[in-house]
Structures are given as structure tokens and as C-alpha cells.
Ligand binder design. Structure first.
Ligand code: GDP
Ligand code: CA
Length: 312
């Protein structure tokens, strides 16, 4: 059995490759929920949905979120009522949020609803939210006048397009959150635990912040392998660089290694970063060099195999 710690797009692309080289039902993906947000009364779980839709082969090919062949008539219609529509929700995607929200209101835990949604999409990989409790990323930014403001993740990322410089990142609710059922057991029992190429600060960070998870990983350190989401000093997609830099972490595979070193024995770094292998090793993490830019599922599958071999 394999465990994968997952954010959204980077993780989903990796997982699509992983399930080509191991039976999909042997994989448990533990997914970040600190980006979750309520829009128009509906609970939206971007990372859970990105992983589910991608494993179902139904994801939007370019966008990095939502479903392929989406239309946006409902969200556009909401502008008539003056509703905030900066967070785009597709018409088909809305069905997922309607269904999930109704189930949550009726008292079902998020983990149960998530499993049912995955089943409905024919996904046999186990998809588990990191916790059933509410955890929410809060990003403190500096305004041009020097004042500080605390934004929710989607406000900073989507509404403000990551423009305001970051001062601090916190995970509201994490201290009292409990790991979702099966999370700690899966980490303890896994042959290999993969830290997917996801944002280290706001995708992997919240999972580690759920009490018990970090310790469970530390106990399995020799079986934990990460994949660097940073290639040649830049992100492939998303704001990891705009978070790592201000938080004092080098924007490189070496910075990722420093953050992961306490719980991760091995890090797959990109061929373009082969020259940094010694610096990675100096953090106490064993570097493995491979092609990590997942241009298609075939590359992702080869990368997944590299990651598995690295700690075999
Ligand atoms: P998000 O929640 O959708 O932002 O998703 P993640 O946190 O899972 O993914 C964002 C991270 O994935 C970014 O830091 C990207 O650099 C990284 N990423 C995306 N595609 C690739 C890829 O093909 N290769 C690698 N190595 N990293 C990638
Ligand atoms: Ca995300």
C-alpha cells in the first residue's frame, strides 16, 4: 500500500502517473483541505476535486481546476444579483458542490462524502481529506501603505492574483483538527509514502500541521520520498515561489529539501537541478535526479516509478 500527500494540480498530475505503475486501489491520497472555502453557501474543496477529477480523466486539460468542457452560465447569471463571482465555478462542477454541501449539512463527515464522490466518478484510489475538521489557510499580506491584512487563501490567490507581498502564513483550526479516519493508520502501514510535487507551504504545510501527521511521517522517514515542485529555481505553476521566498526558504529544490528533511529521507529533483544534488545531500536528504516536468501521463508514470525505486 502506498500513501501520497497531495495538494491540487501538481499532485493530481503525479497521481495520474502513479496509478499507471501500481494498481490504483493500492494508493491512498491524503489531500489538503486548507484551501476549502464556502462560496454562495456551497462548500468547495479545490484540491480534493482536482485529484478526483484528474484520476477520473475528467479534468480541464489546461486550466488546472474544474472539469473539461465546462460552461459558466450559472456563475455569470449570479452577477445579476451583484454576487461576488471572482471565484469561477463551472456549471458541471457546481453539481459536486451542491451534492457535497447537502451531505455535509445532513451531518456526513467530509471523508465519507469524498469517498462517495470518488466512487461516483469511478475512481478506485482511496482519496481522503487530511481532516474532517475545518482548517483554513490565512495569508498575512502587506498593503502599499505598509499596513498588514489577513487574507483567506482564495482571496490572495484568485481575487488578488498573489500580488500583495506575503508576511506570514497560518493554518487556522489546525491545532485542534484531528486527522481524518485512516490517515495515521495509512501512514503507519504504507510501504512507501510519497510527498507529491505540491506547494510545500500551502498544500503540504497544512497536512503536516494536522496534529499527529508530522510525527507519523517522522517515524517512517526512511520510507518517505518527496518530489520537488521547484525546477531550476521556479515553480511550474502556482505561487510557491511567492510564499517560500518571503518565508525565508530558498526557492529551489534545496529549499524544499530543507523543509522536508525532518520527515523525508529522499527527494527527487529535476535533471535541470543535477548541479544542486550536493546541496540537497547537505540538508540530510538523499537526492535522486530524474525528469520531473510532467508534460504528459507517460512522463508522470516514469517519475512515479523513479520515486518508488528511490526508497525501495
Ligand atoms: P494547487 O493546489 O493546484 O496549487 O496544487 P499543488 O500544490 O499540488 O501544485 C502546485 C505545485 O505543483 C507548484 O509548486 C508547481 O511547481 C508544482 N508542479 C506542477 N506541475 C509540475 C510538474 O510537472 N513537475 C513538478 N516537479 N512540479 C509541478
Ligand atoms: Ca490548492
Amino acid at each position: 500500500m502506498l500513501v501520497a500527500l497531495a495538494g491540487g494540480v501538481g499532485a493530481a498530475r503525479f497521481l495520474r502517473g502513479l496509478v499507471r505503475v501500481v494498481p490504483p486501489e493500492d494508493v491512498t491520497a491524503i489531500v489538503n483541505t486548507a484551501d476549502d472555502e464556502v462560496f454562495h453557501g456551497l462548500t468547495v474543496c479545490p484540491d480534493l476535486d482536482t485529484v478526483t477529477y484528474t484520476l477520473a480523466g475528467a479534468e480541464h486539460p489546461e486550466q488546472g481546476w474544474g472539469l473539461e468542457g465546462e460552461s459558466f452560465r450559472t456563475i455569470d447569471a449570479l452577477t445579476r444579483y451583484g454576487a461576488d463571482t471572482w471565484f469561477r465555478l463551472g456549471d458541471l462542477d457546481l453539481a459536486t458542490h451542491l451534492h457535497r454541501s447537502e451531505r455535509l449539512r445532513a451531518g456526513a463527515p467530509l471523508s465519507t462524502v469524498t469517498a462517495d464522490i470518488a466512487r461516483a466518478w469511478g475512481v478506485t484510489t482511496t482519496i481522503v481529506p487530511m481532516t474532517d475538521d475545518p482548517v483554513s489557510t490565512r495569508i498575512t499580506v502587506e498593503r502599499p501603505d505598509g499596513g498588514l491584512e489577513v487574507l483567506r487563501m482564495q482571496e490572495w490567490f484568485v481575487r488578488e492574483r498573489t500580488t500583495p507581498p506575503v508576511v506570514a502564513v497560518e493554518f487556522d483550526g489546525a491545532a485542534t483538527a484531528r486527522p481524518a479516519p485512516g490517515v495515521l493508520e495509512a501512514i503507519a502501514a504504507a510501504d512507501t509514502i510519497i510527498v507529491c510535487p505540491s506547494n510545500p507551504i500551502i498544500s503540504i504545510g497544512p497536512i503536516l500541521a494536522v496534529p499527529g501527521v508530522r510525527d507519523a511521517l517522522v517515524a517512517r522517514r526512511d520510507r518517505v520520498v518527496g518530489v520537488s515542485p521547484i525546477i531550476a529555481g521556479t515553480t511550474v505553476k502556482g505561487p510557491a515561489d511567492r510564499l517560500m521566498g518571503p518565508l525565508g526558504i530558498e526557492v529551489s529544490c534545496v529549499g524544499v529539501a530543507e523543509v522536508y528533511a525532518p520527515f523525508c529521507s529522499t527527494l527527487v529533483i529535476d535533471e535541470r537541478d543535477a548541479g544542486r544534488a550536493d546541496d540537497v545531500a547537505a540538508t540530510g536528504v538523499r537526492p535522486v535526479v530524474a525528469e520531473t516536468l510532467m508534460t504528459d501521463a507517460r512522463v508522470a508514470a516514469a517519475l512515479a516509478q523513479h520515486a518508488l525505486d528511490a526508497v525501495a
